[in-house]
Design a binder for this molecule. Structure first.
Ligand SMILES: Cc1cc2nc3c(=O)[nH]c(=O)nc-3n(C[C@H](O)[C@H](O)[C@H](O)COP(=O)(O)O)c2cc1C
Length: 315
């Protein structure tokens, strides 16, 4: 019998923050786990306030979250893992996929794919010193697709709860299409269940992947959900009628807006957050370009409040 699909929300720094996760979970609730965008050591070996706020247990109550760390070596992991443990989390995801030079130049994210010895030490620490349920999220390599195949024995040597694979190289950033054939080749070589991540935006993307990998049932989706909050309902064939969808979209927006205003006292910050939200949410309107344009040109929160109802009415 086919296993029912399991969906995870991908972490997108600046987009899938605690407000977004909470509001989505409250209204749609069809996601198994919400991966928190990474924490990492910033200037002065400190974690940025925005990253800490996203991780705080009081901001993640009743939402099934998985914290993530971005680090380059054992010593950075030794700093970060206890923070997650001390906040009371039992799960940890290791970022082995971040493609941006800001991270890779420091040996973080996808740079780890070329440092198997470093990785082994990090896995040893995670599995011997901590009681975490550990998962890994990775790409294929920095410039070519071979590193991930070379890492298979190492990945198989530890009891990871999930292996999440985004089939692109770091050089590709998020451009072009995720390489589905590469994904299928990896699953075949790996021989264990893998979570697919990359460019799922319709139910037919899922169906096409299942043609390539018939056993595939676990998915991590980011931009597809940000652009279409009904994507999972659509995939599950549980889409509400159009009137209910419009009402739910309005409610979702109100919830997000209220929560940002509750958590951020600075109007400029609230406006920035809402514009980030709309940069994807606008795609769920019949004319995404016009829908986003209206919101984008708001130069103050007062102007934003006056403008977004028009978007709901017209587009
Ligand atoms: C703006 C942005 C921020 C991201 N932040 C993170 C992050 O903090 N941690 C991570 O593992 N991946 C991060 N990603 C990658 C996403 O989790 C995901 O792998 C990628 O968007 C592909 O999936 P999608 O096509 O379903 O969006 C980020 C991607 C983008 C575009």
């Amino acid at each position: 019998m086919d296993k029912p699909p399991i969906f995870h929300l991908a972490p997108l720094q600046g987009f899938t923050d605690f407000v977004y996760r909470k509001c989505y979970h409250q209204l749609f609730g069809n996601i198994n786990a919400y991966y928190i965008p990474y924490i990492s050591l910033g200037p002065g070996a400190k974690i940025r306030n925005s990253q800490l706020r996203d991780l705080l247990p009081e901001n993640n109550q009743e939402v099934p979250v998985v914290p993530q760390v971005l680090c380059s070596n054992l010593s950075e992991l030794r700093e970060l893992a206890p923070i997650i443990r001390d906040f009371g989390y039992s799960k940890l995801n290791l970022n082995m996929g971040c493609p941006y030079p800001m991270a890779t130049n420091r040996g973080r994210g996808s740079a780890l794919l070329e440092k198997p010895d470093e990785l082994q030490q990090m896995f040893d620490l995670l599995f011997s010193k901590f009681n975490f349920e550990v998962s890994v999220k990775f790409r294929a390599g920095i410039t070519d697709e071979e590193p991930i195949f070379k890492l298979i024995p190492l990945l198989r040597a530890y009891p990871f709860s999930q292996h999440i694979f985004h089939p692109r190289t770091a050089k590709q950033l998020y451009k072009g299409q995720a390489n589905r054939d590469l994904y299928a080749r990896f699953v075949e070589a790996f021989g264990q269940p893998v979570v697919y991540n990359g460019d799922i935006s319709t139910a037919s993307d899922i169906a096409q992947l299942q043609q390539l990998v018939p056993t595939q049932h676990e998915w991590m989706i980011g931009r597809g959900i940000l652009s279409d909050p009904f994507l999972i309902a659509r995939i599950n064939k549980q889409l509400p009628d159009p009137t209910t969808q419009t009402e739910m979209k309005r409610t979702f927006h109100e919830l997000v807006f209220e929560e940002y205003q509750r958590h951020f006292s600075d109007n400029g910050q609230v406006l920035m957050k809402m514009k980030s939200f709309w940069s994807y949410f606008a795609n769920s309107f019949s004319n995404p370009h016009k829908a986003f344009k209206i919101v984008k040109k708001a130069s103050s929160l007062t102007k934003f409040k006056a403008s977004y109802p028009e978007t709901f009415r017209l587009y």
